[in-house]
Design a protein around this ligand. Structure first.
Ligand SMILES: [Zn+2]
Length: 149
């Protein structure tokens, strides 16, 4: 998924409009769009930046619409976790905490290769078990899939 960050600013260095391909002159207003599409929820990287004419709405309005078309509106699903009973919420909280502990341990295995392998495998197995349980208690956090790799 890409999440853009849109800024409107004065052009200080001649740029090329990503939409119409014409130059954006110094001193004119432009729209700069940064996309971050690498990393995960904890850490993101800006790795693309596009400039558009601001004085020609065809340029920047069109890019905005393109973006929206590629990323259709998804309503937030509310209350899934909140719908859990108090007891289940508590269980979920403890499982999430335990999962993160396992994850920390997995990242801090001191044993050298290949002794680290069975230790890592055991931790991953435990993490997957926790995932299974959490799945039934409001769902598995998205970032977890990467953490068991
Ligand atoms: Zn343009």
């Amino acid at each position: 998924m890409t999440i853009p960050n849109v800024t409107i600013l004065w052009c200080r260095k001649q740029a090329t409009c990503h939409y119409c391909g014409q130059p954006i002159e110094i001193g004119t207003a432009m729209v700069k769009v940064f996309f971050w599409n690498k990393g995960n929820e904890d850490k993101r990287y800006w790795n693309t930046q596009h400039c558009y004419h601001l004085d020609n709405p065809a340029c920047w309005v069109k890019q905005g619409l393109d973006y929206l078309e590629k990323n259709p509106f998804v309503p937030h699903v509310r209350g899934r976790v909140r719908a859990l009973s108090k007891e289940d919420s508590r269980k979920r909280y403890l499982l999430v905490r335990r999962f993160n502990e396992m994850y920390q341990r997995k990242n801090n295995i001191k044993a050298p290769y290949p002794d680290n392998l069975p230790i890592e495998a055991r931790l991953i197995k435990q993490m997957v078990d926790i995932m299974m349980e959490v799945a039934g208690l409001g769902g598995v956090p998205k970032s977890w899939a990467e953490k068991i790799n």
